[in-house]
Design a protein around this ligand. Structure first.
Ligand SMILES: [Zn+2]
Length: 302
């Protein structure tokens, strides 16, 4: 009898291990992280900088910025589509010219909740390196970044962007633009904070403000993301690594979550939750605000 029980126990144990083995793929599959559900940031437009006759910066080994930005936009879009509920659209899918003003106009037309213009930098000094995040300048600090704006917007169809002087008053009188600007800051700071954590070895040059044409016309929060210097021997190598765009995508998603939380709290505040919650919301949506500010270099009165 005892022998029988021992035999039964032995078989039961074997059966258990067999069951576990068969179930393992199912368990592993169900352990896959669910896409991050976003209530307000439903549509994101990625804008691969330059394209067509406008190559942008030229880096080491002749790598053109327009090629890198399109590769990044495609890879980031694919990652975000898998890891979040947001719909992701691109302002260009191929190596074509897209006017500077057409980029934000497309995002406006598609009623996007967020616009990210992707760029790569270059410098005659090979040691220049680092990522940067820009959102629209609403003050004179922008002057310091005009040189970069001119370089970024120097080639390709200008679409009349230089003909119309940009005015601060044109922005602050539009309440929708004020909200978009403040949300862009929330997104930019969270993106910057996440980038510094996810890409620890990469230099971060700061969150800055500049009057980029692509940011001026956007009716939604919009940023310019400079992924790094393709003129830097090591950084360009890292930027060309197939795994790198996904790291940027992770940081972008962190920013999208912060933006989503911010909009959620704003809408609750509007529906009568009171100003106190609004105050709390600002900090909770953006817990690393002060750290990001310290790293921001050229930023000022925000
Ligand atoms: Zn560029």
């Amino acid at each position: 009898m005892l022998k029988l029980i021992a035999k039964f126990r032995h078989s039961a144990r074997r059966l258990f291990w067999l069951w576990l083995l068969l179930c393992a793929p199912v368990v592993a599959y169900s352990a896959e992280p669910q896409p991050v559900a976003l209530r307000h940031v439903r549509r994101v437009v990625l804008d691969p900088g330059h394209g067509g006759t406008n190559a942008g910066s030229i880096g080491i080994a002749g790598i053109a910025e327009k090629v890198l930005t399109l590769d990044y936009a495609n890879a980031i879009a694919a990652w975000l589509r898998t890891h979040s509920t947001a719909e992701v659209l691109l302002t260009r899918q191929t190596d074509t010219d897209v006017g500077l003003r057409d980029r934000p106009r497309l995002a406006n037309q598609w009623q996007a909740d967020l616009l990210i213009s992707i760029h790569a930098n270059s410098h005659e000094l090979p040691q220049a390196s680092g990522m940067e995040v820009f959102f629209l300048a609403a003050d004179a600090v922008a002057q310091a970044n005009r040189q970069l704006v001119e370089r970024e917007e120097g080639g390709g169809p200008r679409d009349g962007v230089g003909a119309i002087p940009w005015s601060v008053s044109g922005i602050v009188t539009d309440l929708g633009a004020v909200a978009a600007h403040s949300r862009a800051e929330v997104f930019a700071l969270q993106l910057a904070s996440a980038l510094q954590k996810i890409r620890k070895d990469a230099r971060f040059r700061g969150v800055k403000q500049a009057p980029f044409g692509v940011l001026k016309e956007a009716k939604m929060p919009a940023v310019v993301l400079e992924v790094g210097y393709i003129s830097h021997p090591l950084e360009s190598k890292d930027l060309l690594d197939k795994k790198t765009p996904a790291l940027f995508a992770q940081a972008i998603l962190a920013g999208m979550v912060a933006l989503d939380t911010r909009i959620d709290l704003e809408s609750k505040q509007e529906s009568g939750a009171g100003p106190l919650q609004g105050e709390r919301s600002h900090t909770s949506a953006n817990p690393r605000r002060h750290k990001a500010n310290r790293n921001s270099g050229n930023r000022n009165n925000h």
